[in-house]
Design a protein around this ligand. Structure first.
Ligand code: ADP
Length: 166
């Protein structure tokens, strides 16, 4: 069975991520979307909330499961027996960072984990989670960036945060 892992922050999951997940699911027997905990970032959503959102938006794809992990991606991939990591490439600016990451993961896994890059669909090439959060923080339109249910979670979270800051 060909298993791939799609790691990321997914804070929050965007239509660009979903597009990559759907396309990866058509290429592999099983795709595990893994929310990686990054202690250096202060996320809008907790890991559990991000997992829940991913589960909801991937409901229609039977061979996708969602998980989370705190640690090195190569260790997670080994744990689930995945030899392929999926990453999305938007613009040239993504390339340098992604190349380094892919080579580092190959080194750390002693050649056991390769990275497959899927190029973004042109209509989502401008999309990233940080941008969505910035637009939302100023009350801007995000319905073209995320699913309606995720949009609702974002507005709820922003309201909650504002309340707790008062
Ligand atoms: P972001 O860069 O949006 O914060 P993540 O850290 O969650 O995203 O990224 C996980 C993976 O998804 C990365 O490989 C990233 O390049 C890819 N990705 C993010 N947004 C898009 C998009 N709009 N189209 C294609 N791939 C994307």
């Amino acid at each position: 069975m060909k298993t791939a892992v799609y790691p990321g922050s997914f804070d929050p999951v965007t239509l660009g991520h979903i597009d990559i997940i759907e396309r990866a699911a058509a290429m592999f027997d099983e795709v595990t979307v893994c929310v990686l905990e990054n202690k250096a970032k202060s996320p809008l959503f907790s890991v559990d909330e991000r997992v829940k959102m991913l589960q909801k938006v991937c409901e229609h794809i039977p061979n996708v499961r969602v998980d989370s992990f705190c640690g090195l991606m190569v260790d997670y991939a080994k744990q689930i027996g995945a030899h392929v990591s999926i990453r999305g490439l938007r613009a040239v600016t993504d390339f340098e960072y992604e190349l380094q990451l892919a080579q580092t993961n190959r080194m750390l896994s002693h050649g056991d984990l390769d990275t497959v890059f899927l190029t973004t669909s042109a209509k989502y090439s401008y999309l990233n989670s940080s941008g969505v959060k910035e637009i939302a923080a100023f009350g801007g339109e995000i319905s073209q960036c995320v699913t309606p249910w995720v949009e609702e979670q974002i507005w709820n979270k922003i309201r909650e945060n504002k309340k707790s800051q008062k």
